[in-house]
Write a protein that binds this ligand. Structure first.
Ligand code: ATP
Ligand code: MG
Length: 422
Protein backbone atom coordinates (compact mmCIF):
# COMPACT_ATOMS: atom_id res chain seq x y z
CA UNK A 1 0.00 0.00 0.00
CA UNK A 2 1.06 3.61 -0.48
CA UNK A 3 1.68 5.23 2.85
CA UNK A 4 1.48 8.80 3.98
CA UNK A 5 4.35 8.74 6.44
CA UNK A 6 5.98 11.44 8.45
CA UNK A 7 8.48 13.18 6.22
CA UNK A 8 11.18 11.71 8.37
CA UNK A 9 14.18 13.15 6.57
CA UNK A 10 15.53 9.68 6.00
CA UNK A 11 19.29 10.24 5.97
CA UNK A 12 20.78 10.33 2.48
CA UNK A 13 23.30 7.52 3.14
CA UNK A 14 20.42 5.24 4.19
CA UNK A 15 18.49 6.05 1.01
CA UNK A 16 21.62 5.46 -1.07
CA UNK A 17 22.21 2.04 0.49
CA UNK A 18 18.59 1.05 -0.19
CA UNK A 19 18.78 2.34 -3.78
CA UNK A 20 22.03 0.48 -4.49
CA UNK A 21 20.69 -2.86 -3.20
CA UNK A 22 17.46 -2.42 -5.15
CA UNK A 23 19.45 -1.60 -8.29
CA UNK A 24 21.15 -4.98 -7.88
CA UNK A 25 17.70 -6.61 -7.72
CA UNK A 26 17.46 -7.18 -3.96
CA UNK A 27 14.23 -6.44 -2.09
CA UNK A 28 15.23 -3.85 0.51
CA UNK A 29 13.26 -2.01 3.21
CA UNK A 30 13.46 0.06 6.32
CA UNK A 31 12.18 -2.10 9.20
CA UNK A 32 11.24 -2.17 12.86
CA UNK A 33 11.31 0.82 15.20
CA UNK A 34 11.99 3.43 12.50
CA UNK A 35 8.91 2.44 10.50
CA UNK A 36 6.78 2.46 13.65
CA UNK A 37 8.02 5.95 14.42
CA UNK A 38 7.48 7.26 10.88
CA UNK A 39 3.92 5.92 10.85
CA UNK A 40 3.18 7.66 14.14
CA UNK A 41 4.73 10.87 12.80
CA UNK A 42 7.77 10.86 15.07
CA UNK A 43 11.36 11.24 13.93
CA UNK A 44 13.12 7.86 14.34
CA UNK A 45 16.25 7.47 16.50
CA UNK A 46 17.96 5.17 14.02
CA UNK A 47 17.19 3.54 10.70
CA UNK A 48 17.52 -0.21 10.24
CA UNK A 49 17.66 -1.66 6.74
CA UNK A 50 16.58 -5.22 5.90
CA UNK A 51 17.28 -6.87 2.57
CA UNK A 52 16.86 -10.12 0.68
CA UNK A 53 20.56 -9.90 -0.26
CA UNK A 54 22.76 -12.39 1.59
CA UNK A 55 25.48 -10.89 3.80
CA UNK A 56 28.16 -11.74 1.20
CA UNK A 57 26.08 -10.02 -1.48
CA UNK A 58 25.78 -6.91 0.69
CA UNK A 59 29.54 -6.97 1.29
CA UNK A 60 30.16 -7.12 -2.45
CA UNK A 61 27.77 -4.27 -3.20
CA UNK A 62 29.73 -1.64 -1.24
CA UNK A 63 33.32 -0.58 -0.95
CA UNK A 64 33.51 -0.54 2.83
CA UNK A 65 31.53 -2.98 4.96
CA UNK A 66 32.14 -4.06 8.56
CA UNK A 67 30.91 -7.61 9.35
CA UNK A 68 29.28 -6.47 12.63
CA UNK A 69 27.19 -9.57 13.27
CA UNK A 70 27.57 -11.46 10.07
CA UNK A 71 26.53 -14.83 11.49
CA UNK A 72 23.13 -13.26 12.28
CA UNK A 73 23.08 -11.57 8.89
CA UNK A 74 23.99 -8.04 10.02
CA UNK A 75 26.70 -5.95 8.38
CA UNK A 76 27.46 -2.25 8.65
CA UNK A 77 27.90 -0.34 5.41
CA UNK A 78 30.24 2.63 5.76
CA UNK A 79 29.51 5.41 3.29
CA UNK A 80 31.32 8.71 3.65
CA UNK A 81 31.73 8.33 7.41
CA UNK A 82 28.13 7.21 7.94
CA UNK A 83 27.26 3.78 9.26
CA UNK A 84 24.18 1.99 7.96
CA UNK A 85 23.18 -1.37 9.47
CA UNK A 86 21.89 -3.84 6.91
CA UNK A 87 20.41 -7.19 7.96
CA UNK A 88 19.41 -10.03 5.69
CA UNK A 89 15.76 -11.12 6.00
CA UNK A 90 15.71 -13.84 8.63
CA UNK A 91 13.50 -16.42 10.14
CA UNK A 92 14.28 -18.23 13.35
CA UNK A 93 14.27 -21.92 14.19
CA UNK A 94 12.64 -23.21 17.36
CA UNK A 95 13.59 -21.60 20.64
CA UNK A 96 14.79 -24.38 22.87
CA UNK A 97 15.81 -22.50 25.98
CA UNK A 98 13.57 -19.42 26.03
CA UNK A 99 16.50 -17.23 25.15
CA UNK A 100 17.74 -17.71 21.62
CA UNK A 101 16.66 -19.56 18.50
CA UNK A 102 18.24 -22.93 17.77
CA UNK A 103 19.00 -21.69 14.25
CA UNK A 104 18.65 -18.67 12.02
CA UNK A 105 17.85 -18.97 8.31
CA UNK A 106 18.11 -16.30 5.68
CA UNK A 107 14.94 -15.60 3.74
CA UNK A 108 14.00 -13.98 0.44
CA UNK A 109 10.60 -12.77 1.62
CA UNK A 110 10.11 -9.70 3.82
CA UNK A 111 6.93 -11.14 5.37
CA UNK A 112 8.91 -14.07 6.80
CA UNK A 113 11.26 -11.55 8.41
CA UNK A 114 8.41 -9.48 9.81
CA UNK A 115 6.67 -12.52 11.27
CA UNK A 116 9.58 -13.25 13.68
CA UNK A 117 9.33 -9.74 15.16
CA UNK A 118 7.77 -9.12 18.55
CA UNK A 119 4.83 -6.71 18.25
CA UNK A 120 2.58 -5.70 15.37
CA UNK A 121 3.73 -2.08 15.59
CA UNK A 122 7.35 -3.27 15.28
CA UNK A 123 6.61 -5.62 12.39
CA UNK A 124 6.18 -3.21 9.51
CA UNK A 125 8.55 -2.51 6.63
CA UNK A 126 8.76 0.54 4.37
CA UNK A 127 10.32 1.03 1.00
CA UNK A 128 10.97 4.77 0.76
CA UNK A 129 11.70 4.66 -2.99
CA UNK A 130 8.23 3.38 -3.95
CA UNK A 131 6.63 4.67 -0.74
CA UNK A 132 5.36 1.14 -0.12
CA UNK A 133 4.41 0.02 3.40
CA UNK A 134 4.37 -3.71 4.17
CA UNK A 135 2.14 -4.36 7.16
CA UNK A 136 1.01 -8.00 7.31
CA UNK A 137 -0.02 -7.94 11.00
CA UNK A 138 -2.01 -4.75 11.31
CA UNK A 139 0.55 -2.48 12.95
CA UNK A 140 -1.11 0.50 11.28
CA UNK A 141 -4.34 -0.32 13.10
CA UNK A 142 -2.72 -0.95 16.47
CA UNK A 143 -0.66 2.24 16.40
CA UNK A 144 -3.58 4.69 16.46
CA UNK A 145 -5.40 2.30 18.84
CA UNK A 146 -2.29 2.61 21.05
CA UNK A 147 -1.98 -1.14 21.52
CA UNK A 148 1.02 -3.41 22.14
CA UNK A 149 0.01 -6.70 20.57
CA UNK A 150 2.13 -9.73 19.80
CA UNK A 151 2.63 -10.93 16.25
CA UNK A 152 0.71 -14.22 16.35
CA UNK A 153 0.01 -16.07 19.60
CA UNK A 154 1.27 -14.14 22.62
CA UNK A 155 1.68 -17.34 24.62
CA UNK A 156 3.85 -18.85 21.90
CA UNK A 157 5.89 -15.72 21.30
CA UNK A 158 6.55 -15.19 25.01
CA UNK A 159 7.47 -18.85 25.42
CA UNK A 160 10.04 -18.54 22.62
CA UNK A 161 11.85 -15.52 24.02
CA UNK A 162 11.30 -14.67 27.68
CA UNK A 163 12.44 -11.08 27.20
CA UNK A 164 9.43 -10.17 25.07
CA UNK A 165 6.96 -9.68 27.96
CA UNK A 166 9.33 -7.17 29.51
CA UNK A 167 9.70 -5.45 26.13
CA UNK A 168 5.90 -5.26 25.93
CA UNK A 169 5.74 -3.41 29.26
CA UNK A 170 8.71 -1.23 28.28
CA UNK A 171 7.06 -0.18 25.00
CA UNK A 172 3.83 0.49 26.84
CA UNK A 173 5.70 2.88 29.18
CA UNK A 174 7.74 4.54 26.44
CA UNK A 175 4.83 5.01 24.06
CA UNK A 176 1.99 5.35 26.57
CA UNK A 177 0.22 2.38 24.98
CA UNK A 178 -1.97 -0.35 26.51
CA UNK A 179 -1.25 -4.07 26.38
CA UNK A 180 -3.79 -5.87 24.21
CA UNK A 181 -5.64 -8.32 26.55
CA UNK A 182 -4.23 -11.59 25.16
CA UNK A 183 -0.73 -10.13 25.21
CA UNK A 184 -1.16 -9.01 28.80
CA UNK A 185 -2.70 -12.31 29.95
CA UNK A 186 0.19 -14.26 28.45
CA UNK A 187 2.71 -12.59 30.78
CA UNK A 188 1.88 -14.32 34.10
CA UNK A 189 1.50 -17.59 32.21
CA UNK A 190 5.06 -17.46 30.82
CA UNK A 191 7.02 -16.12 33.80
CA UNK A 192 9.01 -19.36 33.98
CA UNK A 193 10.53 -18.46 30.61
CA UNK A 194 11.17 -14.87 31.66
CA UNK A 195 13.15 -16.19 34.65
CA UNK A 196 15.75 -17.65 32.27
CA UNK A 197 16.55 -14.37 30.56
CA UNK A 198 20.05 -12.96 31.06
CA UNK A 199 19.98 -10.07 33.52
CA UNK A 200 21.92 -7.80 31.12
CA UNK A 201 18.99 -7.93 28.75
CA UNK A 202 16.54 -7.33 31.59
CA UNK A 203 18.55 -4.33 32.75
CA UNK A 204 18.55 -2.77 29.28
CA UNK A 205 14.77 -2.87 29.08
CA UNK A 206 14.36 -1.72 32.70
CA UNK A 207 16.58 1.29 31.99
CA UNK A 208 14.50 2.31 28.98
CA UNK A 209 11.34 1.95 31.09
CA UNK A 210 12.78 4.01 33.95
CA UNK A 211 13.79 6.79 31.58
CA UNK A 212 10.41 6.86 29.86
CA UNK A 213 7.83 9.57 30.44
CA UNK A 214 5.53 7.02 32.09
CA UNK A 215 7.93 5.23 34.39
CA UNK A 216 5.34 5.20 37.17
CA UNK A 217 2.73 3.36 35.10
CA UNK A 218 5.41 1.09 33.65
CA UNK A 219 6.59 0.08 37.12
CA UNK A 220 3.04 -0.60 38.21
CA UNK A 221 2.41 -2.77 35.17
CA UNK A 222 5.63 -4.68 35.92
CA UNK A 223 4.28 -5.37 39.41
CA UNK A 224 0.79 -6.36 38.26
CA UNK A 225 2.06 -8.80 35.64
CA UNK A 226 4.48 -10.54 38.04
CA UNK A 227 7.60 -9.53 36.08
CA UNK A 228 8.89 -7.28 38.85
CA UNK A 229 8.94 -10.07 41.43
CA UNK A 230 11.40 -11.97 39.23
CA UNK A 231 14.17 -9.36 39.09
CA UNK A 232 13.29 -6.73 41.72
CA UNK A 233 11.61 -8.52 44.65
CA UNK A 234 12.75 -5.67 46.93
CA UNK A 235 10.18 -3.46 45.23
CA UNK A 236 7.64 -6.15 44.36
CA UNK A 237 7.36 -7.23 48.01
CA UNK A 238 7.29 -3.75 49.53
CA UNK A 239 3.96 -2.79 51.09
CA UNK A 240 1.54 -1.21 48.66
CA UNK A 241 1.90 2.36 49.91
CA UNK A 242 5.72 2.24 50.07
CA UNK A 243 5.81 0.88 46.52
CA UNK A 244 3.40 3.56 45.30
CA UNK A 245 5.51 6.33 46.84
CA UNK A 246 8.64 4.87 45.26
CA UNK A 247 6.98 4.90 41.83
CA UNK A 248 5.63 8.43 42.19
CA UNK A 249 9.04 9.68 43.34
CA UNK A 250 10.78 7.98 40.41
CA UNK A 251 8.46 9.65 37.95
CA UNK A 252 9.19 13.01 39.62
CA UNK A 253 12.98 12.59 39.29
CA UNK A 254 14.94 14.01 36.37
CA UNK A 255 15.71 11.74 33.39
CA UNK A 256 18.99 10.37 34.68
CA UNK A 257 19.31 6.64 35.18
CA UNK A 258 21.37 6.63 38.39
CA UNK A 259 19.17 9.33 39.92
CA UNK A 260 16.01 7.41 39.00
CA UNK A 261 17.35 4.09 40.32
CA UNK A 262 18.37 5.76 43.58
CA UNK A 263 15.01 7.49 43.89
CA UNK A 264 13.15 4.24 43.28
CA UNK A 265 15.06 2.35 45.95
CA UNK A 266 15.98 5.01 48.51
CA UNK A 267 13.18 4.24 50.96
CA UNK A 268 13.15 0.49 50.42
CA UNK A 269 16.76 -0.63 50.89
CA UNK A 270 20.01 0.62 52.42
CA UNK A 271 22.88 2.04 50.38
CA UNK A 272 24.94 -1.18 50.51
CA UNK A 273 21.87 -3.27 49.64
CA UNK A 274 21.16 -1.02 46.66
CA UNK A 275 24.73 -1.39 45.50
CA UNK A 276 24.43 -5.20 45.65
CA UNK A 277 21.10 -5.07 43.87
CA UNK A 278 22.58 -2.98 41.03
CA UNK A 279 25.52 -5.38 40.74
CA UNK A 280 23.06 -8.27 40.54
CA UNK A 281 21.27 -6.51 37.68
CA UNK A 282 24.64 -6.04 35.93
CA UNK A 283 24.77 -2.28 36.19
CA UNK A 284 28.29 -0.94 35.64
CA UNK A 285 30.25 -0.77 38.92
CA UNK A 286 30.36 2.98 38.72
CA UNK A 287 26.56 3.19 38.61
CA UNK A 288 26.15 0.69 41.43
CA UNK A 289 28.55 2.70 43.61
CA UNK A 290 26.82 5.97 42.85
CA UNK A 291 23.31 4.60 43.47
CA UNK A 292 24.51 3.16 46.78
CA UNK A 293 26.14 6.44 47.79
CA UNK A 294 23.10 8.52 46.82
CA UNK A 295 20.79 6.28 48.84
CA UNK A 296 23.07 6.41 51.86
CA UNK A 297 22.62 10.19 52.01
CA UNK A 298 19.26 10.65 50.26
CA UNK A 299 17.20 11.58 53.30
CA UNK A 300 18.13 15.24 53.31
CA UNK A 301 14.80 16.15 54.92
CA UNK A 302 16.28 14.83 58.17
CA UNK A 303 19.14 17.36 57.95
CA UNK A 304 17.18 20.57 57.52
CA UNK A 305 18.73 22.12 60.63
CA UNK A 306 22.24 20.70 60.32
CA UNK A 307 25.16 23.00 61.08
CA UNK A 308 27.64 24.09 58.40
CA UNK A 309 30.35 21.69 59.66
CA UNK A 310 27.90 18.81 59.45
CA UNK A 311 26.88 19.78 55.89
CA UNK A 312 30.55 20.09 54.92
CA UNK A 313 31.04 16.53 56.18
CA UNK A 314 28.14 15.48 53.98
CA UNK A 315 29.83 17.19 50.99
CA UNK A 316 33.06 15.38 51.85
CA UNK A 317 31.33 11.98 51.91
CA UNK A 318 29.23 12.49 48.76
CA UNK A 319 31.71 14.57 46.76
CA UNK A 320 30.69 17.99 45.46
CA UNK A 321 30.39 16.61 41.91
CA UNK A 322 27.55 14.34 43.10
CA UNK A 323 25.67 17.11 44.90
CA UNK A 324 23.24 17.86 42.03
CA UNK A 325 22.32 14.15 41.79
CA UNK A 326 21.84 13.91 45.56
CA UNK A 327 19.62 16.98 45.60
CA UNK A 328 17.59 15.56 42.71
CA UNK A 329 16.97 12.29 44.57
CA UNK A 330 16.06 14.09 47.79
CA UNK A 331 13.74 16.48 46.00
CA UNK A 332 11.88 13.78 44.07
CA UNK A 333 11.37 11.74 47.24
CA UNK A 334 10.14 14.71 49.26
CA UNK A 335 7.85 15.80 46.44
CA UNK A 336 6.20 12.37 46.54
CA UNK A 337 6.18 11.92 50.31
CA UNK A 338 5.89 15.31 51.98
CA UNK A 339 5.53 18.16 49.48
CA UNK A 340 5.03 20.67 52.33
CA UNK A 341 8.72 20.17 53.12
CA UNK A 342 9.84 21.25 49.65
CA UNK A 343 10.54 24.91 50.56
CA UNK A 344 12.66 23.86 53.54
CA UNK A 345 14.51 21.37 51.35
CA UNK A 346 15.12 24.11 48.79
CA UNK A 347 16.76 26.28 51.47
CA UNK A 348 18.94 23.38 52.50
CA UNK A 349 19.88 22.84 48.85
CA UNK A 350 20.82 26.50 48.61
CA UNK A 351 22.99 26.29 51.73
CA UNK A 352 24.73 23.19 50.40
CA UNK A 353 25.27 24.93 47.07
CA UNK A 354 26.85 27.94 48.77
CA UNK A 355 29.06 25.76 50.96
CA UNK A 356 30.25 23.80 47.91
CA UNK A 357 30.81 26.96 45.87
CA UNK A 358 33.23 28.19 48.55
CA UNK A 359 35.36 25.14 47.66
CA UNK A 360 36.33 24.33 51.25
CA UNK A 361 39.03 21.70 51.91
CA UNK A 362 37.22 18.37 52.22
CA UNK A 363 40.01 15.80 52.18
CA UNK A 364 43.64 15.24 53.13
CA UNK A 365 44.94 16.22 49.73
CA UNK A 366 43.41 19.67 50.07
CA UNK A 367 45.16 20.41 53.37
CA UNK A 368 47.70 23.27 53.44
CA UNK A 369 50.24 20.75 54.80
CA UNK A 370 51.54 17.75 52.85
CA UNK A 371 52.19 14.37 54.43
CA UNK A 372 55.90 15.29 54.47
CA UNK A 373 55.12 18.58 56.28
CA UNK A 374 53.09 16.67 58.85
CA UNK A 375 55.90 14.15 59.48
CA UNK A 376 58.55 16.83 59.87
CA UNK A 377 56.36 18.91 62.19
CA UNK A 378 55.86 15.85 64.38
CA UNK A 379 59.47 14.76 63.93
CA UNK A 380 58.43 11.24 62.86
CA UNK A 381 58.71 9.03 59.78
CA UNK A 382 55.93 7.15 57.99
CA UNK A 383 53.70 5.47 60.58
CA UNK A 384 50.02 5.02 61.47
CA UNK A 385 50.33 8.13 63.60
CA UNK A 386 50.67 10.22 60.42
CA UNK A 387 47.29 8.96 59.29
CA UNK A 388 45.73 9.81 62.63
CA UNK A 389 47.26 13.27 62.58
CA UNK A 390 46.00 13.86 59.06
CA UNK A 391 42.47 12.84 60.01
CA UNK A 392 42.62 15.19 62.96
CA UNK A 393 43.54 18.08 60.65
CA UNK A 394 40.85 17.19 58.10
CA UNK A 395 38.23 17.20 60.88
CA UNK A 396 39.54 20.56 62.08
CA UNK A 397 39.23 22.22 58.66
CA UNK A 398 35.80 20.64 58.08
CA UNK A 399 34.72 22.40 61.29
CA UNK A 400 36.35 25.66 60.17
CA UNK A 401 37.88 25.96 56.68
CA UNK A 402 39.66 29.21 57.64
CA UNK A 403 42.07 27.06 59.66
CA UNK A 404 43.55 25.67 56.46
CA UNK A 405 46.84 27.60 56.50
CA UNK A 406 50.25 26.01 57.06
CA UNK A 407 50.85 27.97 60.28
CA UNK A 408 47.51 27.19 61.86
CA UNK A 409 47.70 23.52 60.92
CA UNK A 410 51.21 23.26 62.40
CA UNK A 411 49.95 24.82 65.63
CA UNK A 412 47.00 22.40 65.65
CA UNK A 413 49.36 19.48 65.12
CA UNK A 414 51.62 20.47 67.98
CA UNK A 415 48.67 20.89 70.34
CA UNK A 416 47.25 17.53 69.25
CA UNK A 417 50.63 15.86 69.76
CA UNK A 418 50.97 17.07 73.35
CA UNK A 419 47.57 15.63 74.28
CA UNK A 420 48.80 12.19 73.20
CA UNK A 421 50.78 9.95 75.51
CA UNK A 422 52.87 8.12 72.85
P1 ATP B 1 13.77 1.58 20.19
O1 ATP B 1 13.27 2.81 19.56
O2 ATP B 1 13.53 1.52 21.64
O3 ATP B 1 15.18 1.17 19.79
P2 ATP B 1 13.07 -0.57 18.49
O4 ATP B 1 11.75 -0.99 17.96
O5 ATP B 1 14.09 -0.11 17.52
O6 ATP B 1 12.79 0.48 19.61
P3 ATP B 1 14.97 -2.53 19.28
O7 ATP B 1 15.12 -3.21 20.59
O8 ATP B 1 16.05 -1.63 18.81
O9 ATP B 1 13.59 -1.77 19.35
O10 ATP B 1 14.70 -3.67 18.19
C1 ATP B 1 14.59 -3.40 16.80
C2 ATP B 1 13.50 -4.28 16.18
O11 ATP B 1 13.89 -5.65 16.26
C3 ATP B 1 12.15 -4.20 16.86
O12 ATP B 1 11.37 -3.14 16.34
C4 ATP B 1 11.56 -5.57 16.57
O13 ATP B 1 11.02 -5.59 15.26
C5 ATP B 1 12.77 -6.47 16.57
N1 ATP B 1 13.05 -7.12 17.88
C6 ATP B 1 13.92 -6.69 18.83
N2 ATP B 1 13.96 -7.52 19.89
C7 ATP B 1 13.11 -8.53 19.60
C8 ATP B 1 12.71 -9.72 20.28
N3 ATP B 1 13.20 -10.02 21.50
N4 ATP B 1 11.82 -10.53 19.66
C9 ATP B 1 11.32 -10.22 18.44
N5 ATP B 1 11.64 -9.13 17.75
C10 ATP B 1 12.53 -8.28 18.31
MG1 MG C 1 16.20 0.36 18.03
Amino acid sequence: MIANLHNADIPKPVLEVIARLRELGHATYLVGGCVRDMVRQVHPKDFDVATSALPEEVQKAFRKVIPTGIQHGTVTVVTGGNHVEVTTFRSEGDYLDGRRPSSVSFERDIVKDLSRRDFTINAMAYNPLDKELVDPFGGQVDLPARLIKCVGSALERFSEDGLRPLRAVRFSAVLGFTLEPDTRDAIPATLAVFRKVALERVREELCKLLLSPRAEAGLQLLAETGLLEVFLPELARADAEAARLARVATQAAPLDLDVRMATLLADLVTGPQARELCMRLKFPNKSADLVGLLIEHAKLETRLSDTDPSLRRLLARVGPAQLPALLAVAQARVQARAPDQLPALASLAERLGLLAAAKPPLSAKELALTGGDIMSTLGIGPSPKVGEATRHLVEAVLDDPSRNTADQLRALLTAWNTTRSD
